[in-house]
Design a protein around this ligand. Structure first.
Ligand code: F6R
Length: 611
């Protein structure tokens, strides 16, 4: 979603601002803009579409100045036009905003009644006008921002520039992330604001994560942070560890492809921090939470992270015999879930900033739940609000379609389920050791799955012309069917649905004809024959089946399929990790055939920071 960068610099900033925006492209956007301060004027340049358009505008009409703010916008209120692009400016101030100002209609009506004219359809523009109005009434920038922030309802990260103050930016955050960057030591002083550490990676490694409700006065030689009560506060300066190289594709054609190929390594990295090889046991981080006492588990997440939770439900119930409630975050809060005092609520998120998941987390916290978080960004808001933090070690995930974060989430969830089972006395030492040994086989099995990349590429043209594609799976392969369909629709724009294989007869089978490819995910194992029966029902009606299974499964049922994808023979526990690879690669290659924008598919944002 929207990305923000601001520089109070000692040299020209326009190029560096655009460079920062480029590193935030992965978040998803549909217009961009910047504003610099030059000789007492606010110099604003904006463009619809990709950053290349903004670069062209700047080439024709440069924006000089040592201080500036910039923004990539993912449209919420108002179409993605140049007029709706940020920064929004009045004569006195320019602002960039990430989030949603929920009460913008009433604020806009109030400002319009004062004769203020609006040039965009956005919610964000009211912030520029509110601050401007204060300044015109004689307030200084600090007073103006301090008085306006409490009037904003919703979520925001803001960076604000002031025409009459060439050495100043003010930032603020509530519900949307914002980091403060300190220029490298020993160089001309500079200060930065950014939506994330990656945006600032080439500029500095010294950063401070602002806390909820913080606002910050940023000058060239330092910054003062205030908390939501306007008390001056000190926040820790940390080494960001974000490397500019993490945002490079290397020899890969797309970030998605790179991230699919990173899975054996990052899953191994993740497992290494949860499993002890010396005695084949699960070793979770030190925690105050007594897992032996958990009587019910509530899992909440969105999208691909939700599907990881669906797979984990099987593991928690099977190993630990703990009943699991699972819901998508956008529905969870509004159904008045029954949360028993002392329950454990588990949130799964790549970004750790997804607005719905975060809101659900806070709802659970307010209702007496212990909060466990499986998250890939260790500095994210969810990570900071967790009682039990379980990081995945996938490294930055840049492709909009989640891949390596999913398999790393599965690795952590399997370890957590096994650990809970041990604590509850449901697993013997031998059983625990066996589970650990199976999990440790995952990286090699992922490598073996990747060996079939070329076969999958070769069959992608069979799927690419389809208007609809169905994915079927049973048991823990059912969430994978959902994940396969999600991957395909988000990057190839082909309509796809995942179904529990046994549900076909209850309606979806009416969709089957020769034009609808049906991808069946069926590793050999206890549910194989039942899934194959459902597959035969599809084939009997002219359905074009692509079967993903191991050699044994393909031998038993591969005949008559339009294509087959062979996976290594693996233990059922790690099958969801391994079978994630072919569904990811299939979506990837179909998208290549269709020529879509794989890493930045239309309408999508990487980190969904609005509800
Ligand atoms: C799909 C995808 C999304 C995310 C969802 C949750 O490929 O990436 O469905 O999984 O937006 O995001 P996080 O995991 O950051 O909370």
């Amino acid at each position: 979603m929207c990305g923000i960068i601001g520089i109070v610099g000692s040299a020209s900033v326009a190029d560096r601002l655009v460079d920062g925006l480029r590193r935030m492209e992965y978040r998803g956007y549909d217009s961009a803009g910047l504003c610099t301060l030059h000789e007492g004027t606010l110099v604003r340049r904006r463009a619809e579409g990709k950053l290349a358009n903004l670069a062209r505008v700047l080439e024709a009409d440069p924006a000089p100045g040592h201080v500036g703010i910039a923004h990539t916008r993912w449209a919420t209120h108002g179409a993605p036009t140049a007029a709706n692009a940020h920064p929004h400016a009045t004569g006195e101030v320019a602002i960039v905003h990430n989030g949603i100002i929920e009460n913008f209609k009433e604020l806009r009506a109030e400002l319009a009644a004062q004769g203020r004219l609006f040039e965009s359809e956005t919610d964000s523009e009211v912030v520029a006008h509110l601050i401007s109005a204060e300044i015109e009434r004689g307030a200084d920038p600090l007073e103006a921002v301090r008085d306006v922030l409490p009037r904003l309802r919703g979520a925001f990260a803001l960076a604000i520039a002031f025409r009459q103050h060439p050495d100043l930016l003010i930032g603020a955050r509530l519900g949307s992330p914002l980091v403060l960057g300190y220029g490298p030591e020993g160089e001309e002083p500079e200060m930065y604001l950014g939506s994330d550490a990656l945006a600032l990676a080439p500029l500095t490694q010294r950063i401070t994560y602002l806390e909820e409700g913080d606002w910050v006065v940023v000058r060239r030689d330092g910054a003062q942070i205030y908390d939501s009560e306007n008390n001056p506060v000190t926040r820790e300066i940390r080494a960001s560890g974000a490397s500019a190289a993490a945002v490079e594709k290397g020899n890969y054609r797309h970030f998605m492809q790179k991230e699919i190929y990173e899975q054996p390594t990052v899953v191994a990295q993740t497992l290494a921090s949860y499993l002890r090889r010396s005695d084949n046991s699960v070793a979770l981080p030190q925690m105050d939470v007594d897992l032996s006492q958990v009587r019910r588990l509530t899992i909440v997440a969105c999208g691909t992270s939700f599907y990881a939770g669906m797979v984990a439900k099987y593991w928690f119930e099977q190993f630990a015999r703990v009943p699991v409630d699972i819901d998508v975050a956008s529905e969870f809060r509004y159904r008045e879930p029954v949360l028993e005092e002392g329950g454990l609520a588990l949130f799964i998120s790549q970004s750790g900033e997804t607005a719905d998941t975060l809101a659900a987390l806070r709802h659970c916290k307010a209702n007496g739940q212990t909060i466990a978080v499986v998250v890939n960004v260790p500095t994210s808001t969810m990570a900071r609000e967790a009682d039990l933090l379980l990081p995945t070690h996938a490294g930055p995930e840049i492709g909009v379609a989640s891949t390596k974060a999913f398999t790393c989430q599965l690795a952590v969830l399997a370890a957590l389920a096994a650990h809970m089972a041990v604590k509850k006395g449901r697993l013997t030492r031998d059983e625990e050791s066996l589970i650990v040994r199976h999990l440790l086989e995952a990286p090699a099995a992922l490598n073996a799955a990747l060996d079939h990349d070329e076969d999958i590429a070769a069959m992608a043209p069979l799927i690419a012309p389809a208007r609809d594609v169905l994915y079927l799976g049973r048991g823990q392969d059912y969430p994978l069917a959902l994940e396969g369909a999600l991957k395909l629709k988000e990057i190839s724009y082909i309509h796809a649905e995942g179904y529990a294989a046994g549900e076909m007869k209850h309606g979806p089978i009416a969709l089957i004809d020769e034009a609808v490819p049906v991808v069946v995910i069926a590793p050999s194992g206890p549910l194989f024959e039942k899934t194959v029966s459902n597959m035969e029902e599809v084939r009997a009606r002219g359905g074009q089946v692509v079967l993903i299974s191991d050699a044994k499964g393909l031998e038993a049922a591969g005949e008559g399929c339009i294509a087959t994808i062979e996976m290594p023979v693996v233990h059922p526990l790690i099958a969801p990790l391994v079978y994630a690879v072919p569904v990811q690669l299939l979506a990837y290659h179909v998208a290549l055939v269709k020529g879509t924008d794989v890493d930045q598919p239309r309408n999508l944002a990487k980190s969904v920071t609005v509800e």
